[in-house]
Design a protein around this ligand. Structure first.
Ligand code: G6P
Ligand code: ZN
Length: 566
């Protein structure tokens, strides 16, 4: 007999979901009742009539504490009259795979156990994120409701007697106080692989990788960074597309990601950059802990900015059978992302949206059939095949473009810049700064934007020959009105826009788990082809100087240099 226990509890401070769910140190989640409280509030946010007997998808990136969290969710779902949980084998599902399965199974939602690209292990981070029935992250109305419930919670329901075998594929059921509760353990990669086969021309990709008489085999290297994508890369790239095992790197998921940040950028995936620099591989890619982010590199470590990556995919959408079939309905980017994709959208004559940072803002546009392809500077690229960004999908998109155009990554970019001009883009992160100083800095910037004291002023940065003067055209704190539901989201980052279209943007990260992280984004546009191969950091140095002066960043934070530059 399975019994339901009503467990007394009391609220924990700070269970506020950030840009992408609740993210905290593992030790915080391990506190007695902490995880249970949050899970109860997620479940309670689903209206009772939808909740009873519903299906939820559960899976995570394999990080430390994930299996414990899955078991807690199983026991609480059973007690809260959920009908069925669909769980990845061993608890493993990438974030894109959860989105895919929610949609495929018409589930009510999903619970994702990941802190994305944050480090893992007993001293690392853990996270819980709720996705809704369209397969995308819950919108703010729901996360706010979850947060408000965490502030008053008095008890939660749990079935302590249930244990579940997470490793064997198949279904297990229990009768609990008059209702049946089922746990279905599902292959972690199968559904996602089938979806990729519908989107891309696998035969074309197989031929690219194997080579033909006139064309040498195409060599790439893809790193899972010991995150969740390992099994997906092995299945799709090696088993389905015939790539040798040696084309994949760090494919064993590890609870602590081998002690590293599973974040695909040139700092944290520097080993991949070094391998590419040897010149033996024509394409390189890395993915984050939960598989939604990606970094694309060309031969010799040629870096493709995420802003350019999505724009190139848009420009070459006809290389991807899915887009040929569905048409490119519209394109979009987050506000700090460079405007490269806007230029492609304009040329193609499709709608072009600028949304706040966070993938959830794309979902409404996709559901309304107005958006097919979008990306963010934070290494997110994706399409309306699901409602999450999708790292492996982005890599397959690049393989498809290369296979169709028979050009190198660098030449594809050079061609692209020639056609549209180049948007130089750099992001500087000041991680883990003291929260008070960061807050004050943003307040100052907001005030400066509000009083318009810099508008029409000329500001100079750089030194000697590289000195450059820009005139401020406008300054504001980005606010977004969702074109579908009219909901307004304010205070999404302070922007300085210059008369030549260059931009400087300041934002506080919404994904950190301690202190504050300041992000400074700088962008300038260069139509002159002879300047397209210049180093972005050099081109953008004057703008960065201006950014630091205006924000008084060093004064407020005591930081001389950024922690990471992407
Ligand atoms: C997550 C979201 C992205 C978003 C990013 C921003 O990865 O899924 O959509 O761009 O967070 O992170 P930040 O730390 O800048 O708030
Ligand atoms: Zn992620």
């Amino acid at each position: 007999m399975v019994t339901v226990t009503l467990q007394d509890t009391s609220p924990f401070d700070g269970q506020k979901p950030g840009t992408s769910g609740l993210r905290k140190a593992v030790k915080v989640f391990q506190q007695h009742h902490y995880t249970e409280n949050f899970v109860q509030c997620i479940i309670d946010s689903i209206p009772a009539e939808k909740r009873r007997g519903c299906t939820l998808v559960v899976g995570g990136d394999g990080r430390f504490f994930m299996r414990e969290a899955v078991l807690i969710i199983v026991r609480m779902a059973a007690a809260n009259e959920i009908g069925q949980l669909v769980i990845g084998q061993g608890g493993i599902f990438s974030t894109p795979a959860v989105s895919c399965i929610i949609r495929k199974m018409k589930a009510t939602g999903g619970i994702l156990l990941t802190a994305s690209h944050n480090p893992g292990g007993p001293d690392g981070d853990f996270g819980i994120k709720y996705n809704i029935e369209n397969g995308g992250p819950a919108p703010e109305a729901i996360t706010n409701e979850i947060f408000s419930k965490t502030k008053t919670i008095k008890s939660y329901k749990i079935c302590h007697d249930i244990t579940v075998d997470l490793d064997t594929i198949g279904s297990q059921s229990w009768e609990i106080e008059g209702h049946t509760f089922t746990v279905m353990i599902r292959d972690s990669v199968e559904d996602y692989t089938l979806l990729m086969k519908e989107i891309f021309d696998f035969d074309l990709l197989k031929t690219l990788i194997a080579g033909t008489e006139g064309q040498a085999p195409f060599k790439f290297i893809a790193s899972a960074m010991h995150g969740v994508t390992g099994p997906y890369l092995k299945r799709i790239l090696c088993q389905e597309l015939g790539a040798p095992e040696s084309y994949t790197l760090k494919c064993e998921p590890k609870e602590d990601f081998g002690g590293h940040h599973p974040d695909p950028n040139q700092t944290y995936a520097s080993d991949l950059v070094e391998m590419l620099k040897k010149g033996e591989h024509q394409l390189g890619a890395a993915f984050d802990g939960d598989g939604d982010r990606n970094m694309i590199l060309g031969q010799n470590g040629f870096f493709v900015t995420p802003s350019d990556s999505v724009a190139v995919i848009a420009d070459n959408a006809t290389c991807i059978p899915y887009f040929v079939k569905t048409g490119l309905k519209g394109v979009a980017r987050s506000m700090p992302t460079s405007a490269a994709i806007d230029r492609v959208g304009q040329k193609l004559g499709v709608e072009c949206f600028e949304v706040p940072t966070g993938w959830k803002f794309f979902g409404n546009l996709m559901d309304a059939q107005r958006l097919s392809l979008c990306g963010e500077e934070s290494f997110g690229t994706g399409s309306d095949h699901i409602r999450e960004k999708d790292g492996v999908w982005a890599f397959l998109a690049w393989l498809s473009i290369i296979a169709s155009k028979k050009m190198s990554v660098q030449d594809i970019l050079k061609d692209f810049w020639k056609k549209y001009g180049r948007g130089f883009f750099v992001r500087c992160d000041y991680e883990n700064v003291e929260a008070e100083g960061a807050k004050k800095m943003i307040e100052l910037l907001r005030q400066t934007a509000k009083d318009e004291s810099l508008v029409n002023k000329s500001l100079t940065g750089g030194s000697g020959q590289d000195q450059k003067t820009y005139q401020v055209k406008s300054m504001d704190d980005f606010s977004y009105t969702d074109p579908i539901d009219g909901i307004v989201t304010e205070k999404q980052g302070v922007r300085m826009i210059f008369t030549d279209g260059s931009r400087v943007i300041f934002r506080l990260s919404g994904t950190g788990s301690a202190g504050a992280t300041i992000r400074v984004y700088v962008e300038s546009y260069e139509p002159d082809e002879s300047k397209h191969l210049l180093d972005a950091q050099i081109v953008l140095k004057p703008l960065l100087d201006i950014a630091l002066k205006v924000s008084k960043l060093q004064e407020f934070t005591g930081r001389e240099i950024p922690t990471v530059i992407t």
